[in-house]
Design a protein. Structure first.
Length: 364
């Protein structure tokens, strides 16, 4: 069967189908942050969610019979509203690429024409991969901010803007939800650091202050290695009081030890490339993100992009992948090019903010 003309082969519809197959071949670990949040979509470009005031349960007051029940002040709630940021990039099939494809198609060399089409279509796949980075990056900027302030930074035309999730620059939130380990206790001071005690005590203190039970502690390998290398960790896990060094602990030994204190360790090493071209961990080195078990954290909310509003799934120039990422294709007559735009609008809600905590365990 002869290959289709590029205008029919390189469409948003075909790219959407290709993405479903392409992602299965990536072999990469899933995005952990997205697994912790739900996903939904809305037409509005404004993100709004209600965050209640939670904490330890207050004992009910005693009362006399036949007396009017006193009214309890149950606290208020925060109505958080933010405009959702817009992300969009495009890829253009050059006239040379189109000519090369058409030459093989005209010669009925199906194998080579399909190979050229596959290479051309990989570029939009890369754009979709880049779009998937955005929600994950936003989520971890809420769960693992280095400064303890949950906010989403957006770089637009070289300038940084912040979408804030607190109304006081995070001052009140940091009081109970941000712990710093400094001096000789810092985890990169292996001879004096006590990371196991820090994790256990932080969990206990947080439960006393808030009523939430932190169960999942997420960090990258570099931070986890600091736990394993600490002399105190080896003494506690091995039960050796006069430890002289030279032993390397296995990860399973330490995770099992902490599990006895209700702590599950998540080591998350997925990387992305930022605006400056540098590789970054989603969870920065020296940061531990702690979340409470069974608590609803929030949803990642997609908005409706301009491409989705103007494109047509029926006509084949629009495809929606991963719930809210728009893939849009169109052609120009002069110069004669085929274009693909990948766009998304999105932001996470964070109703479960009060059930989380961030530890900064190094001074770097």
């Amino acid at each position: 069967m002869p290959a289709l003309p590029l205008a029919e082969a390189f469409t948003a519809r075909s790219l959407g189908v290709m993405w479903d197959n392409y992602q299965k071949t990536l072999g990469s670990a899933p995005y952990l942050g997205r697994q912790k949040f739900g996903t939904r979509k809305q037409d509005s470009l404004e993100l709004r969610f209600i965050k209640g005031e939670n904490g330890l349960p207050v004992s009910l007051k005693a009362s006399n019979f036949d007396a009017q029940a006193p009214l309890r002040d149950v606290g208020g709630f925060s109505d958080v509203q933010n405009p959702m940021p817009f992300y969009r990039e495009s890829y253009m099939v050059t006239e040379k690429e189109e000519q090369e494809y058409d030459n093989y198609r005209s010669a009925e060399n199906t194998s080579l024409s399909e190979s050229v089409l596959r290479e051309i279509s990989k570029k939009p796949m890369n754009l979709i991969e880049g779009a998937l980075v955005v929600p994950e990056r936003q989520i971890w900027s809420l769960l693992a901010p280095s400064d303890g302030i949950p906010k989403v930074d957006v770089v637009l035309n070289g300038k940084k803007y912040s979408v804030n999730y607190t109304d006081d620059d995070g001052v009140e939130h940091k009081r109970d939800h941000y712990v710093t380990i400094t001096g000789t206790d810092a985890w990169d001071k292996s001879a004096t650091a006590t990371p196991l005690d820090d994790l256990i005590q932080t969990r206990r203190d947080f439960a006393k202050k808030t009523g939430y039970s932190l169960t999942r502690f997420t960090m990258n390998t570099e931070t986890w290695e600091l736990v394993l290398k600490a002399e105190d960790t080896k003494k506690q896990v091995l039960g050796i009081t006069a430890y002289n060094g030279g032993i390397r602990l296995q990860q399973a030994q330490v995770t099992e030890y902490l599990r006895g204190y209700g702590i599950e360790i998540e080591v998350y090493d997925k990387l992305y490339v930022d605006e400056s071209g540098q590789s970054q961990y989603f969870v920065p080195t020296g940061i531990v993100s702690a979340q409470s078990g069974g608590v609803y954290l929030g949803d990642y909310v997609f908005g409706k992009t301009p491409e989705e509003r103007s494109g047509s799934i029926t006509d084949g120039n629009l495809s929606i992948v991963e719930t809210g990422i728009s893939v849009y294709t169109y052609a120009t007559n002069h110069p004669i090019n085929t274009h693909c735009i990948v766009s998304m609008i999105g932001l996470p809600t964070f109703e479960g903010m009060d059930s989380t905590l961030v530890m900064k365990v190094t001074e770097g």
